[in-house]
Write a protein that binds this ligand. Structure first.
Ligand code: PRP
Length: 182
């Protein structure tokens, strides 16, 4: 929990997120139409809300699996080190795979995870991120689909945490610290 008091200002409403997901799903449907071997892979923990809404909007036969990667710990700065804390349950060789991420920041997490999954020889490997902060990029990575490009703000909600809190907000908010008396 942060020792500094803060408030959360709404940045992207639940309604705007839902509308964007609808549009993204039309594109994803066009890409994967006809396949019966799509595995949608959520990166824990941040993507759990996004993947839940995404798969319910996707009118395709799918399986769902999860992988947990972590690079941040409980702090605000990336350690630049991506660790696989929980691997997929199923094999993805010959399968179509859609990796679902909440946010691309430095790019290390999705870059590492997509390379790892590509080494397992899926038939097709695509990625989607709800949020993208291009100004923070440290490795050259771009998801195949992005929900919203955002400036370098500290965002929370819709699955994204601040020191493990606020993941359950239904919208994307930005953290604003309130400086108290010295
Ligand atoms: C956050 C976020 C992304 C990653 C993006 O995960 O959910 O997975 O960082 O940052 P990057 O592009 O700089 O790698 P975190 O490690 O905090 O774990 P969490 O998903 O459990 O919150």
């Amino acid at each position: 929990m942060s020792a500094r008091p803060y408030v959360i200002d709404e940045m992207i409403s639940a309604k705007a997120i839902a509308a964007r997901i609808e549009a993204l799903c039309r594109e994803i449907h066009d890409e994967f139409d006809g396949t019966d071997k799509l595995v949608v892979v959520g990166l824990l923990r941040g993507s759990f809300v996004f993947i839940a809404d995404l798969v319910r909007e996707l009118d395709l036969p799918i399986e769902v699996d999860f992988l947990e990667a972590s690079s941040y710990g409980d702090g605000m700065e990336s350690s630049r080190e991506v660790r696989i804390l929980k691997d997929l349950r199923g094999a993805i060789e010959g399968r179509d795979v859609l990796v679902v991420e909440d946010i691309v920041d430095t790019g290390h997490t999705l870059n590492h995870v997509t390379r790892l999954l590509a080494s397992r020889n899926p038939a097709r490997l695509k990625s989607i991120a709800l949020l993208d902060k291009p100004s923070r990029r440290e490795v050259d990575f771009k998801a195949d689909w992005t929900g919203f490009e955002i400036p370098d703000e500290f965002v929370v909600g819709y699955g994204i945490d601040f020191a493990q809190r606020n993941r359950n907000l239904p919208f994307i908010g930005k953290v604003r610290f309130i400086d108290g008396p010295a």
